[in-house]
Design a protein around this ligand. Structure first.
Ligand code: AMP
Length: 593
């Protein structure tokens, strides 16, 4: 870590992107190829390249224990330091700098660190891993420990992203940044990319499947008019309320990656099986949704996220669970097919390629659009051989030619139980990891509630010293019952003022969190109400955001649990009583299993 840690400090000190990439470039250029490759990985904030399957298996708790051992300090001292910095690495550096220790005899080299990380990943058992972590940290200076801990927790917090490392590499060796980005995307290994850049062999990078590529993101729009202002020819799709997933398929081998670039195949084994129907190599982009099987007279459709949630966060998926919450994969884009990366092709072309992939699938599962009002017919259906099989569906594509038309499609999408619409420029390329105006999303919040803050917590990062996370409640008779937690929406100034107020009006101090006098009313917006055991109310809000402080409202006038029940019932009942997915369209279900 000799020189890497000071380079990281310098990167953290400037907010200017150009200066950050210059520091990276200068640092890399002065290293051997091996050191540069290892450092490129560390600078992107991770111990191993994305493509690599190794994981350290060392969590925050382990590192906390190692820190305690190394510094000989108590939990209270560590907690105080953590609260000051909002980051375990910085807290470690702070504490270790204050305890007088002999400086290590030899400076720690990045290659030694790379080797130590491998050894930790290959070692089984917490105690044995911990021993290796402690040995590594014992050889480091406090500043090096700071960055070792940050890399091990996977977050440098120095305003450095992998895209800046790519720019740094391009600058260091005088290569075209697009060539560096492309090689890194195909390889999923910034270290390997760095080596190719050094040797001027970036063009030799070949696509490797089974490592996630960044997801293209959408910008929100408020109205159909606004959506229409961005481009002339729009492809319109329902906005499904599930989880985004990239599917990598190669002759029966399938892996799914989430938007956070984590592998989620294990949570959806039947989807992996269903996706194995594609021949050749493909990478698809789509959404995993909970899916209701066709019942007599009711068309199949996606279910609210609350259904899918029942399957999340479980280590194993039982047959019962698979049957209770069937899932479907709504594929809406393709990134790689027939040996070619197709992200640079316009959506128009990619859509045709995707249609082709579906028509050649061994168990074709097509969904077609029917009429301009957004009424959909599903054909032909996937044969459900067992109850627990999953569906793979080509997400229906609609077209809109005016804002009024888009409004109609929006109503139809919501009537099908979906969140709203995604409107996409047919001429746009797929831009991994970027949010632009080529994809826009139109959704409307479900409702707003006035809620009362009952407890507060310290935030993370730059909010580690302020009370910025609020748990809030609605009224239930003369009691207050918690219903959610939010930490976004207020300005820093408002948070600072609220922190002062909460500190002065604490009922019980539990260290990290405080019960506070229930006096503060917030207006929150959210996307859905879910049933939940987490809160006393029996409900939880999905994506709550604080809209404003309602200092004009006393807590006695906050919303009550009846209102929540009403919203929940409306969301689960009324949505489907009219419109497309209803009993008014019996014909559409006849092709379903
Ligand atoms: P949001 O999470 O509100 O920022 O909306 C973006 C997310 O909508 C994406 O990351 C996807 O998970 C999801 N989504 C649902 N349907 C689609 C679709 N047809 N096209 C693209 N994204 C979709």
């Amino acid at each position: 870590m000799y020189l890497l840690a000071p380079a990281c400090e310098a990167i953290a000190r400037t907010t200017k992107k150009l200066e950050k990439t210059q520091i990276v470039a200068d640092y890399l250029r002065a290293r051997s190829a091996d050191e540069a490759a290892a450092s490129a990985v560390f600078l992107s904030g991770r111990p191993f390249p994305t493509y690599d399957e190794a994981t350290l298996g060392v969590g925050g708790t382990h590192l906390w224990r190692a820190m305690k051992e190394l510094s000989g300090k108590t939990d209270a001292v560590l907690t105080a330091a953590y609260r000051r910095h909002g980051d375990l690495g910085a807290a470690a550096c702070d504490i270790l700098s204050a305890t007088h220790q002999e400086p290590p005899p030899q400076p720690l080299n990045v290659l030694q660190v790379e080797q130590a990380f491998r050894q930790i990943a290959n070692t089984r058992g917490t105690a044995a891993k911990l021993k290796l972590v402690s040995d590594l940290l014992a050889q480091a200076t406090p500043l090096e420990t700071k960055y070792l801990v940050k890399i091990m927790t996977g977050d440098l917090r120095i305003g450095m992203k992998e895209s800046l490392v790519e720019e740094g590499i391009a600058k260091a060796y005088g290569r075209d940044v697009r060539a560096v980005q492309r090689a890194n995307m195909m390889l999923g290994d910034i270290g390997e990319t760095c080596r190719l850049a050094i040797a001027d062999r970036l063009a030799e990078a070949r696509m490797r499947l089974f490592h996630p590529i960044g997801f293209m993101l959408a910008s929100p729009v408020q109205s159909a008019e606004e959506a229409f202002s961005f481009f002339q020819h729009a492809q319109v799709e329902d906005k499904y309320d599930g989880i985004r997933a990239q599917a990598h398929c190669r002759e029966g081998e399938v892996r799914l990656f989430s938007r956070t670039l984590d592998e989620v195949t294990g949570s959806f084994p039947e989807l992996a099986e269903a996706l194995a129907q594609f021949s050749g190599e493909v990478i698809l982009d789509g959404e995993i949704v909970a899916w209701n099987r066709a019942e007599p007279n009711v068309e199949s459709h996606a279910l609210p996220f609350s259904e899918l949630q029942k399957r999340l966060g479980r280590k194993t998926v039982t047959e019962t669970m698979k049957r209770a919450v069937p899932v479907a994969y709504m594929a809406f884009d393709v990134l790689y097919a027939n040996g070619k990366l197709v992200i640079d092709q316009p959506l128009r072309r990619r859509a045709a390629i995707l249609d082709g992939i579906f028509s050649r699938a061994r168990r074709p599962a097509l969904v077609r659009t029917a009429n301009a009002q957004g009424r959909l017919t599903f054909e032909p259906a996937v044969q459900a051989e067992t109850q627990a099989s999953a569906e793979v569906i080509r997400a229906p594509v609609l077209r809109a030619d005016s804002p009024a038309h888009l409004d109609e499609l929006f109503a139809a999408a919501q009537a099908r139980g979906n969140e709203g619409l995604m409107i996409k420029d047919v001429e746009s390329p797929y831009t991994p990891g970027r949010r632009g105006q080529s994809w826009v999303k139109l959704k409307r919040e479900l409702a707003r509630l006035d809620v009362v803050v009952t407890s507060v917590e310290y935030g993370h990062g730059k909010r580690a010293s302020v009370l910025s996370d609020y748990t809030f409640a609605v009224r239930d008779g003369d009691r207050l019952v918690n219903i959610g937690k939010a930490y976004s929406g207020l300005t820093d100034k408002e948070i600072a003022a609220m922190t002062e107020w909460f500190l002065a009006h604490t009922l019980a101090d539990h260290g990290f969190w405080r019960e506070v006098e229930p006096k503060i009313v917030l207006e929150v917006a959210f996307n859905a109400v879910m049933r939940s055991d987490r809160h006393e109310s029996g409900y939880a809000l999905r994506f709550p955001r604080i809209l404003r402080l309602r200092d004009d409202k006393p807590p006695e006038e906050a919303d009550n649990i009846e209102r929540v029940r009403g919203i929940y019932a409306r969301q689960h009942g009324k949505n489907r009583e009219s419109g497309v997915g209803s009993r008014e369209s019996p014909n559409t279900s006849k092709n379903r299993p």
